[in-house]
Design a protein. Structure first.
Ligand code: ADP
Length: 474
């Protein structure tokens, strides 16, 4: 494909040149010839008419001598480079500028017929075989007493007209060659701006097609081709990134599945072969149960993530009271909080605060944030959940005074499977998927989530939601 595009353009270029040549050689040639013939005939006709009305009619009226008229015709012959005749309607030659006066031997043009010109005033040919080569012969009648007495005929060699036509055509050919060479500029532009960048793009697509998504190329133009190149390169980098993500994801999933499975297997084997005595079975079965719970949670989170991605996050939006959702979730954590002596303080704006969102998914967000806050809080501390309304948005904040997040981990907490070193001791069941699910849900709503945290002091997660336009309850 690459080679033929260039060849096609070259072919088009030469076809352009070839047709240009044919057109000059045919149309331009015949048009120039026609124009020169008509032009010459016009000016000769004017001369002929002038002679017919002056010397020639004087001659027929016997007001001047044959000699005087002959001299005038001879002068004009040299001036016009033409042969001038005065001829009777019968075809008898009265005067010929190219021959001396000879009254005795008169010349007669056999078959002379002045109507040969039909509607025009000139004819082309050898004038009833009077010449060896073709002539342009212009007729002007000499009239006196309303009768045609004779004709002034001026013969001009066609070879002269053909010669001037050829010299004009030479100029046309020269112009055509100059134009053809100039149009090479288009060819150079095409090569530089279309062909070479396109070749680079094709090479890149071949590389991508063979799986080398990290192949880099650059097109330094800001036109459509440059845009195409940039888009392609961006697409490849995105595919490469998602491939890398995919690999990382699979590696993380296998790792997260393997460690609980290994410990479950280890404990069960130890119980079976008696390494763990029966009286300790309950303790180790509880650990095994915890590990299976972790696996269940991991599977659940993976399924949620998968659904979020495949559906392009299809939201079932409804109109509901966020305060009520928060109260219900806080109540469901009561047991866990009591065990750790943690208090949840709700600072909610108004009795009811209606928003427009996917209730199930927002419940999951609040659940994840509160679950983390409890997990990473010290005993005897307070967790505050606050709702505020500002600029048509509802802001929900979940704030704890727990272990906090190290500064360099702040950006990473949203990544799938990320668990900070600090949290590992506190949260053995964590999957590192909660916050990435949370962020995807909030972003699908077109909203934002942020975290403010200081290590050893505590963390605050804040996200926004759109206020509902309707003011009745759900
Ligand atoms: P997990 O489900 O394991 O808790 P998350 O994605 O919810 O995973 O959280 C990722 C990491 O972010 C946690 O392992 C922890 O290090 C950190 N993190 C999240 N919330 C808090 C918090 N409230 N306080 C301290 N660290 C937190």
């Amino acid at each position: 494909m690459r080679k033929t595009l260039y060849l096609k353009f070259l072919l088009a270029y030469f076809i352009f040149g070839f047709f240009g040549f044919i057109i000059v050689a045919t149309f331009v040639n015949s048009m120039t010839m026609e124009h020169l013939k008509r032009d010459e005939a016009d000016s000769l006709y004017k001369e002929a008419t002038l002679i017919a009305n002056t010397y020639a009619s004087d001659l027929y009226n016997n007001e001047t001598s044959l000699d005087t008229v002959k001299k005038q015709l001879d002068a004009l012959d040299t001036y016009l480079s033409a042969n001038l005749w005065i001829i009777n309607p019968s075809g008898r030659m009265v005067l010929n500028s190219k021959a001396p006066l000879d009254v005795e031997n008169e010349t007669v043009i056999e078959g002379f017929d002045p109507t040969v010109t039909e509607n025009s005033y000139y004819t082309i040919g050898n004038f009833w075989e009077s010449f060896d080569e073709d002539q342009l012969s212009v007729f002007a009648p000499i009239t006196s007493d309303y009768k045609v007495r004779g004709y002034v005929v001026i013969h001009y060699p066609m070879s002269n007209i053909v010669a001037s036509c050829n010299s004009l055509l030479n100029i046309s050919y020269l112009m055509l060659i100059i134009l053809f060479l100039l149009s090479m500029i288009i060819l150079i532009f095409f090569t530089e701006m279309v062909y070479l960048p396109l070749r680079r793009i094709t090479e890149a697509t071949e590389q991508y097609a063979s799986g080398n998504m990290h192949y880099e190329f650059q097109i330094d133009s800001e036109d459509e081709i440059g845009y195409l190149g940039a888009t392609l390169s961006y697409m490849a980098s995105e595919i490469a990134r998602s491939e890398d993500d995919q690999k990382k994801f699979v590696a993380n999933v296998s790792h997260d599945f393997r460690s609980p499975l290994t410990s479950i297997k280890g404990y069960l084997e130890a119980m079976l072969d008696g390494t763990i005595p029966p009286e300790l079975h309950e303790k180790y079965l509880t650990i095994v149960l915890n590990e299976t719970e972790r696996l269940t949670k991991l599977t659940g989170s993976l399924l949620t993530l998968n659904n979020l991605n495949t559906k392009g996050m299809l939201l079932e939006k409804s109109h509901f009271d966020i305060n009520r959702v928060i109260r219900n979730i806080a109540a469901s954590f009561e047991g866990t909080c009591r065990k750790k002596a943690i208090a949840i303080e709700l600072i909610l704006t108004g009795d009811e605060l209606f928003i427009e969102a996917d209730i199930g998914k927002i419940q999951q967000v609040i659940y994840n944030l509160l679950d983390n806050a409890i997990k990473f809080s010290h005993p005897d501390s307070i967790i505050k959940i606050e709702t505020t309304e500002k600029h048509n948005k509802v802001f929900v904040s979940v704030k704890d005074s727990g272990i906090g997040i190290p500064k360099d981990a702040l950006k990473l907490i949203w990544d799938r499977f990320y668990k900070s070193d600090l949290s590992r001791g506190k949260d053995k069941k964590g999957t590192g998927l909660g916050l990435s699910i949370t962020k995807e849900i909030i972003q699908a709503h077109g909203e934002h989530i942020n975290v403010i945290s200081t290590e050893g002091v505590g963390s605050e997660f804040i996200f926004s939601l759109p206020v509902s336009d309707e003011d009745n309850d759900d």
